[in-house]
Design a protein around this ligand. Structure first.
Ligand SMILES: [Zn+2]
Length: 468
């Protein structure tokens, strides 16, 4: 087994510290074993059942946190029946553990001592946990807008958490700089060792469905590693002569950031570069999917589609699923939201699988709901038609509140202790600010970071935060 460039076919040894080819191409594992039912180890838990298919050196001991064969739970939504593959029951609450368990096991066997990764949260939390288990130092670069619950999880495992302001891509740039300084870049999308572990979802599904292939798999896609893992897993089964066709793959993106969808509807082979729009589905907020060409080809080969759903439908999908006892984060719910659009193409007797990728415990508790309420209110009352009107209203409102605050402190002579009425007004102003920022696609956390950086710089140069 070695690593092979997907662009120029040049090969590198498995223990290379390079994270991509000299030509810039991403690696795949060459010589990866396929699936053979005779090699399935029924006594091993979770994905280790399929160890013979994984790129582990023979003498390597797996780094494990108690991976399980994730259950298939039946559900029904508006008359459409489907199977949920409950991946959020993995050790750190997301499907990423399948890839990370394999990747970190290989890295420990290779003697790697220090890794870095960029992630919107789940891959980072997974890597932080498995490296903690393996005694490998870990740094995770997350976009500052990543869910606080995921950031807390990463830090709890003892990884160094670096919050990077700005779009997701800034975190990617930051980790590449760290890699240039000697850390092993344990990327969940560049590194193909983890990707090899994701094929085990397909093997499990085949076994759980009574050695049958499902008709449809509907799943969230950002960098699309889950889709590629499942595609390659079923391709292994087909090559082994165990199934005769592949399931149709339906990749679902969030409308505010949907480069694969744009390419699919325009018939492009490559993803179309888009602006990275803010979305509640933070895990698929990826403007340049690394292996986009392969994803689009896989979707087309299987007769599937790429869809994009608006955040409102995603949140409604999450709620509908929760009302059936299954609690997922919004990123997972894009696939649930897509089911309504797929009803015309999914037959009543077909087997449809939706992997539930991440736990609801990882999502911000109030913010999406809060924004939803604001949006509904604004829509219902025809308020604040344009961002310009929003801004003007807000400026005058903040001016009024500021006057009240000044008066209540006797123009700075007394400490600020707002009356309930003033606190209400202040709350209203913040509410409008949040709605305005949201409608303009402004990242509030990022803006806040920017302001704090500015003040910190001023403190350093002048010793006080005020103007000179
Ligand atoms: Zn190359």
């Amino acid at each position: 087994m070695n690593l092979r460039c997907t662009l120029c076919n040049r090969t590198y040894p498995l223990d290379t510290r390079r994270w991509r080819c000299e030509c810039g191409g991403a690696f795949d594992v060459a010589g990866l074993p396929g699936f053979d039912p005779a090699t399935v180890d029924s006594s091993a838990p979770g994905l280790w059942r399929y160890r013979a298919t994984l790129p582990l050196p023979e003498n390597a001991t797996p780094v494990t946190l108690g991976e399980v064969t994730t259950p298939l739970v039946e559900a029904e939504l508006d008359g459409l029946r489907f199977h949920c593959k409950v991946e959020y029951l993995s050790p750190t609450g997301s499907f990423k553990d399948r890839g990370t368990a394999v990747l970190v096991s290989v890295l420990r066997a290779l003697g790697v001592q220090k890794v870095a990764e960029d992630s919107s949260g789940n891959a980072g939390a997974s890597l932080a946990a498995y490296t903690a288990r393996a005694g490998i130092a870990c740094t995770v670069f997350v976009p500052a807008h990543a869910s606080p619950a995921k950031q807390a999880q990463i830090a709890a495992f003892g990884a160094q958490l670096v919050r990077v302001p700005g779009p997701r891509e800034n975190a990617a740039r930051a980790v590449q700089e760290a890699a240039a300084e000697g850390a092993y870049y344990a990327s969940h999308y560049y590194n193909p060792l983890g990707l090899a572990g994701l094929r085990t979802i397909a093997y499990e599904l085949w076994e759980q469905l009574g050695r049958r292939v499902p008709d449809n798999v509907v799943l969230p896609a950002g960098h699309g590693t889950l889709l590629l893992g499942i595609y390659r897993g079923f391709r292994d089964l087909k090559q082994a002569g165990l199934i005769t066709r592949l399931p149709r793959l339906f990749a679902v993106q969030a409308q505010p950031c949907a480069p694969l969808h744009a390419a699919f509807i325009q018939g492009n082979a490559e993803p179309i570069i888009v602006e990275e729009g803010a979305t509640v589905a933070e895990g698929v907020r990826i403007a340049r999917p690394l292996r986009g060409q392969e994803i689009l080809a896989a979707v087309r080969e299987t007769g599937g589609q790429v869809l994009a759903v608006p955040d409102e439908e995603t949140l409604a999908g999450r709620d509908a699923l929760a009302q059936r006892g299954l609690y997922v984060e919004p990123t997972s719910a894009v696939a649930i939201a897509a089911l309504a659009h797929l009803r015309p193409v999914i037959g009543a007797d077909e087997i449809t699988v939706v992997p539930l990728t991440g736990s609801g415990f990882k999502s911000p508790l109030h913010q999406p709901r809060f924004q939803e309420v604001v949006r509904d209110f604004v829509r219902q009352h025809g308020l604040l038609h344009t961002p310009e009107t929003h801004a003007l209203d807000l400026v005058s409102e903040v001016g009024e509140v500021a006057k009240e605050v000044l008066k209540s402190t006797d123009y700075g002579q007394r400490p600020f202790a707002p009356t309930p009425e003033l606190a209400d007004e202040l709350g209203d102003a913040l509410y409008v600010l949040a709605a305005l920022a949201d409608s303009c696609g402004v990242d509030l956390e990022q803006s806040l970071e920017g302001v704090l950086h500015k003040y910190a710089a001023r403190l350093e140069s002048t010793g006080h935060a005020g103007s000179d």
